[in-house]
Design a protein around this ligand. Structure first.
Ligand code: HSE
Length: 438
């Protein structure tokens, strides 16, 4: 039987999960491919710690030098799981130069240097696959590249960062302030300490860049995606959102506008009744609309040893099948043999048109509401609902508003003018409402 020799660089959480899936389900995987996947070498700087799964014979398999497997002519496929940018990129490029297929989970690398890696894979005639880079165990890349490939993708809305989703869930369900919810996430091991790239929207933007590149057929760097995190969200805003029938989620949104793509990551209100509003804790979900398939929803664990290992192994199996079939031309990394030549134009955030939630902090004197409403009206922003919270004690009050659809540039100008009013005591909180299209 054909043997496909695999080398794994990085024996941390995901590396160990990958090895565990390949070991535990070895026979099943062999029967599915009709070829044997053999982990010939694993490279890591730490080859002593117990990963909870035996590696035998350890002396032959484990090495501290990644080049041992990149330079090994018997290895067909290299799995890069070290993370980070520079070293990982060098390992991948070197492996491809040596004619090896590559699997990676490295979302940051793909979101920053994807174009270089896709080109290198094409030039060297090797496969490059990265299911584990988005949504952990959710097979969203496979869905976009295969299951939905007959469709023009119209909308993707994802909850792509489990840490933020966990924090927002705790703030919603238990009324915890942001800092305490973060502490809980760190304590339970969901979040890095500090989880900066999770809560500032960077991690979700990395993943959205990868989704957009596949869905729309051309590499997009994550720097072009507008992003805001969840740091400014307070339990008060979550409570007011609830009064209006909404939940607050960190959403990663991409929409096909015809000549442009809308691409943005920020906290947003969505109807309490929408399925995405009920994706809680550290779960991820991606809602997709295609022109023929209509709405599709993918839900699952976006991180963790076993789910992410499952995704990495799905890529190994996919490439092993192509190797076995002797494919002369492998499926391109983005699933587009002829990528969009003109590239992808991203709409400027200032041109976004959406409803807004505003929370103003103001002194409770006659005429405040009409001054705020006057400025909104000057900027052609129409109010759909207002709540003013009764005064519990002396001091500023919250005036909470939902607007009809308005242009982002107008919203920014209006809020900047309102925040200069002498009666306004604090910076206005702005949360976009993901309205009609969901
Ligand atoms: N830090 C990520 C999250 C997991 O919180 O979703 C890995 O992508």
């Amino acid at each position: 039987m054909l043997k496909i020799n695999v080398g794994i660089i990085g024996f941390g959480t995901v590396g160990a999960g990958t090895f565990e899936v390949l070991t535990t389900n070895r026979k099943l995987i062999r029967d599915r491919i009709g070829a044997e996947v053999v982990v010939k070498r694993i490279a890591d700087l730490d080859i002593e710690s117990d990963r909870g799964i035996p590696v035998r014979p350890a002396r032959e398999i484990l090495t501290m030098d990644a080049m041992d497997l990149i330079d090994d002519p018997e290895i067909d496929l290299v799995v890069e799981l070290v993370g980070g940018l520079d070293r990982a990129r060098e390992f991948i490029l070197r492996a491809m130069e040596k004619g090896k297929h590559v699997v990676t989970a490295n979302k940051a690398l793909l979101a920053e240097h994807g174009a270089l890696l896709y080109r290198s894979a094409r030039e060297h005639g090797v496969g490059l696959a990265f299911e584990a880079s988005v949504g952990g165990g959710i097979p969203i890349i496979g869905a976009l590249k295969n299951g939905l490939s007959g469709n023009r993708i119209q909308t993707c809305v994802g909850i792509l960062n489990g840490t933020s989703n966990y924090i927002l869930t705790k703030m919603t369900q238990e009324g915890l302030p942001f800092d305490r919810a973060v502490d809980q996430a760190v304590h339970l091991g969901f979040a890095e300490d500090p989880p900066t790239l999770d809560v500032d929207g960077t991690d979700a933007a990395h993943k959205l860049a990868i989704i957009i590149s596949i869905a729309f057929g051309s590499p997009v760097s994550f720097n072009r995606i507008y992003r805001e995190g969840i740091v400014a969200v307070t339990p008060d805003d979550i409570r007011y959102a609830d009064e209006f029938g909404y939940r607050v989620k960190l959403l990663a949104i991409a929409k096909d506008l015809g000549d442009k793509i809308e691409a943005r990551v920020h906290s947003a209100m969505i109807s309490r009744d929408h399925i995405l509003a009920n994706v809680n804790e550290a779960f991820n979900a991606i809602y997709i609309e295609g022109d023929f398939v209509g709405p599709n929803l993918y839900y699952g664990l976006g991180a963790g040893r076993r789910p992410t290992g499952s995704a990495v192994v799905s890529d190994i199996i996919g490439l092993a099948r192509e190797i076995k079939a002797g494919a002369r031309e492998l499926t391109p990394p983005l699933g587009h043999a002829l990528p969009r030549e003109e590239g992808i134009e991203i709409q400027a955030i200032e041109d976004l048109i959406t409803p807004y939630y505003f929370r103003f902090s103001a002194v409770d004197t006659p005429g405040v509401l009409s001054r705020i409403a006057g400025i909104l009206s000057e900027h052609r922003i129409s109010i759909s609902s207002v709540i003013q919270k009764g005064r519990k004690s002396e001091g500023p009050v919250s005036i909470v508003m939902l607007t009809h659809e308005a242009r982002e540039s107008a919203a920014q100008k209006a809020i900047s003018a309102i925040d200069k009013l002498d009666v306004v005591t604090d910076k206005t909180v702005v949360i976009r409402v993901e309205g009609n299209s969901l």
